[in-house]
Design a protein around this ligand. Structure first.
Ligand code: GUN
Length: 286
């Protein structure tokens, strides 16, 4: 079994980006800038945002953390996004999700300039991905694909099953797997809570992507021998963080699997850094 080490791979990507950022900074007189908006005090979101800010520091990206209170009015949050859109020192804008109850996230995401939408959540970027056009790709799905690329695990012509249909992971991951290329060109099935015989669907898969958000939901009996398993889940349980897959149960059955933690989590953040550098380059060429 090959352990797909997202932690080490993400560190390698950050090291590559650090050199790239230093060169860009020398050429353009400033470093790429990322605005991170964290509304309220959700503890999990605070952890994620802290990791994103830390990754910026490591790669030389200038981060600006903005932390409005949970009771900010919708129109005031919208005004903040408009300010960031207009700020020429801000290359990328990230609004940490989920937003507190009472705030409507889609109309916030719709306001982010698609050229600064480093999360790839704006409908323009969603559409561009779907159409196979260049644009920002959501960081978690892009991190899954990049991890496979670094381990030379091509999905071309293979059966891929994505479990989960969220806008943040499942749907964009299915889109990426359908693009042309060595790490696309898959035959993709998307399963969700209403899928009949989910276990039978997953058992067909050469590549299993688990993004359901239920601890150890995918068990060893559901995966075929020699499958590649990418576990996107991060679930807090009494025994600590666990993924959506029963790692211990299936580790001797699969060809390759990501650990949780240390798998897709760090890759998501590395790809956010890469998207921010991409935003900066495009901004400088305008
Ligand atoms: N919440 C869970 N995943 C993500 C992500 O990739 N980006 C943002 N902004 N919020 C999230």
């Amino acid at each position: 079994m090959i352990l797909l080490d997202g932690k080490a791979t993400a560190a390698a990507i950050r090291a590559e980006l650090k050199d790239e950022v230093a060169a860009l900074r020398a050429a353009h007189g400033r470093a790429p800038g990322l605005a991170v908006v964290l509304v309220g005090e959700d503890p999990a979101s605070q952890v994620y945002v802290r990791m994103k800010v830390k990754a910026c520091e490591e790669t030389g990206i200038v981060s600006r953390k903005i932390t409005p209170p949970a009771d900010i009015r919708q129109e005031d949050l919208e005004a903040l996004i408009r300010e960031l859109d207009a700020d020429s020192d801000v290359d990328g804008i990230l609004v940490q999700l989920p937003l507190p109850l009472g705030l409507e996230s889609q109309s916030i995401l719709d306001l982010i300039d698609p050229c600064k939408d480093v999360d790839g959540f704006h409908p323009v970027n969603v559409g561009r991905l779907s159409a196979g056009l260049p644009g920002f790709k959501p960081c978690t799905p892009a991190g899954c694909i990049e991890l496979l690329r670094r381990y030379n695990l091509s999905t071309r012509g293979k059966k891929a099953v994505v479990v989960g249909r969220s806008n943040i992971v499942g749907k964009p991951l299915a889109s990426l797997l359908m693009l042309s290329g060595d790490y696309g060109d898959a035959t993709v099935t998307v399963c969700h809570s209403r899928t009949r015989n989910l276990a039978d669907e997953v058992r067909q898969a050469d590549f299993v992507f688990a993004a359901i958000g239920r601890p150890r939901f995918i068990t060893a009996d559901m995966v075929k021998d020699g499958a590649v398993v990418v576990d996107v889940g991060i679930n807090r349980t009494e025994t600590g963080l666990v993924g959506d897959c029963d790692f211990e149960g299936m580790k001797d059955k699969v060809a390759a699997i990501t650990p949780v933690p240390g798998g897709i989590g760090p890759m998501t953040i590395a790809l956010l850094m890469r998207n921010t550098v991409q935003a900066f380059r495009a901004h400088m060429e305008k």
